[in-house]
Design a protein around this ligand. Sequence first.
Ligand code: COA
Length: 192
Amino acid sequence: MYNHFLRGEEMIKHKGTVTIETVRLILRRFTTEDAYDMFTNWASDPEAVKFLPWGPHESIAVTLRRIKTWTDSYVFDNTYNWAICLKRTNHVIGSISAEILNDPGKTCEVGYCIGRQFWGQGIMTEALRAVMHFLFYEVGYERITARHDILNAASGRVMQKAGMRLDKIMYHVSMRRDKTYSDVAVYVKDIE
Ligand SMILES: CC(C)(COP(=O)(O)OP(=O)(O)OC[C@H]1O[C@@H](n2cnc3c(N)ncnc32)[C@H](O)[C@@H]1OP(=O)(O)O)[C@@H](O)C(=O)NCCC(=O)NCCS
């Protein structure tokens, strides 16, 4: 109780997108040299981006432009957007990011994507656990949220495996790219 009170008094200490290492992964800043990997591994694949707000990239130039906006944003130390690099091959296979929701309330939201050929190996669970640990214990967030389209059960499973709990389901709240409305599951993890 007392510790929690002390922790609550501390400020968020933004660190920016610093490198995080896990057993199989290096999470690091994107560079423009990652455009080929990003385009081929996930950004051009309609299946991989099916539940994301943006559609598949039609050319590597689109991917490069996207990466440039990300690399420019790294000057701000409240930007959290990691390239997921597989140590074994040194290729970038996906991304994981955190968006600030409410700094005074010490809450942020995570989102992620990896290429289809890497699904089902526990990779995103490994990345999410590491990112949440960093955001809690290095940056100072006390609540991390994540949300997924109810049809995207694999994403919900990642949240569960990373220790998040289902907070609520919001019905008919978000419009998909095909103009249908989705029900969205919101997951939460509080600092322990
Ligand atoms: C969702 C996604 C991140 C999962 O990444 P991943 O590295 O394959 O995840 P993990 O291997 O850590 O775990 C996936 C879990 O989902 C389960 N799963 C896979 N497909 C499923 C489905 N259709 N229904 C239910 N569970 C499913 C897997 O069995 C696994 O659970 P298990 O370990 O208990 O067997 C990945 O598929 C992806 O990037 N998809 C496209 C982008 C996306 O949807 N991002 C999330 C937006 S909210």
